[in-house]
Design a protein around this ligand. Structure first.
Ligand code: ADE
Ligand code: ZN
Length: 335
């Protein structure tokens, strides 16, 4: 009953790494056609390795998986597979992060990656009626210089990219390291967002707000300081929460203890997302379903997540209104 409601609920996904949607079956297929040998011998062996004690454990495997992507078609196939899942789940709009440096560091051209991904997005609009936009994420374990190089490489494709993000290993790589490159990115017209407070402290969320001028907080689990919460509310910024990611990476020990209710009680705007669905045990609907079960969430709370997902997307007002109207008609007929 609740599960059916969740699966039919029109929603947007605002925190999703395309490299994190790489299902083992597709990974092996692409590895094979590119004559690349993975360090795992089978899909089963690879899946067994998906046991993480922290973010870094996961990142090591995630970057290894992404290393089989060589050609534009590979990036297209990866993205298309994810967008087909969106259509099945009533994800009406998605804001896809991609990590250019994961590929350019291996000698794959920026152009190859961005064209493959954005062609799939265009086809999804036409054939699946799924809307999307792209967020280019800087890898925070790499240097400021490398991020600047990436910004430079992105400029010929600026029309295909809406925003810049910041991801990878958080501890020891504070937002302040990227203040200048975010400033330059904003000047180029990109909207800034960043992972903050996933493993890192509240201080990193402050820095992301004040130094990077972010318009959305990815994760934000460690936001519980009164003055920080007030600041986030004053700026009307949403949190892109990823429940199954949080338990898989031991940011939260059990979904029953997830801070999402506390966030909502404090008046914060929360959205529910899958982060890296191929690695964390579920797509966005599975995140809604398991969170609902663990916390006994009401339909109204689920609707609030969906509503926030459109309201706090990076779409223009007209598109937001169209999706919110669609959500409202769904609620009227289904509620
Ligand atoms: N890259 C992919 N998923 C990530 C996460 N949850 N945190 C930081 N970097 C990531
Ligand atoms: Zn993430």
């Amino acid at each position: 009953m609740m599960n059916k409601f969740i699966s039919l609920l029109p929603k947007a996904e605002l925190h999703l790494h395309i490299e994190g949607t790489f299902e083992p079956e597709l990974m092996f297929k692409i590895a094979q056609r590119n004559n690349i040998k993975l360090e795992f011998n089978s899909v089963e062996e690879l899946k067994k390795a998906y046991q993480f004690d922290c973010l870094q454990d996961f990142l090591n495997i995630y970057y290894a998986g992404a290393s089989v992507l060589i050609h534009e078609q590979d990036c297209y196939d990866l993205t298309w597979a994810y967008l087909e899942e969106c259509a099945k789940q009533n994800v009406r709009h998605t804001e896809i992060m991609f990590d250019p440096q994961t590929h350019t560091e291996r000698g794959v051209k920026f152009e190859t990656v961005v064209k493959g991904i954005s062609n799939a997005c265009q086809d999804a609009k036409d054939k699946l009626n799924v809307s999307s936009l792209l967020i280019m994420s800087y890898l925070r374990h790499l240097s400021e210089e490398s991020a600047f190089k990436t910004l430079e490489e992105s400029l010929p494709y600026k029309h295909l990219i809406k925003a810049v993000g910041l991801d990878s290993s958080e501890m020891g790589n504070p937002p302040s390291k990227f203040q200048r490159v975010f400033e330059a990115s904003i000047k180029e017209g990109y909207i800034p967002v960043a992972h903050a407070g996933e493993e890192g402290p509240a201080e990193y969320i402050w820095e992301a707000l004040n130094l990077l001028k972010i318009k959305r907080i990815d994760h934000g689990n460690n936001c519980f300081e009164d003055d920080l919460i007030e600041e986030i509310k004053k700026r009307d910024i949403a949190l892109t929460v990823c429940p199954l990611s949080n338990t898989a990476l031991r940011v939260v020990d059990d979904l029953k203890n997830h801070p999402v209710l506390k966030m909502m009680e404090k008046g914060l705007k929360v959205t529910i997302n899958s982060d890296d669905p191929a690695y964390f045990g579920g797509q966005v609907n599975e995140n809604y379903i398991q969170l609902q079960k663990a916390l006994n969430l009401t339909k109204d709370q689920l609707i609030e997540f969906a509503e926030n997902s459109f309201k706090y997307s990076l779409l223009g007002q007209k598109e937001k209104d169209d999706f919110l109207n669609e959500l409202n008609s769904f609620i009227k007929t289904y509620h």
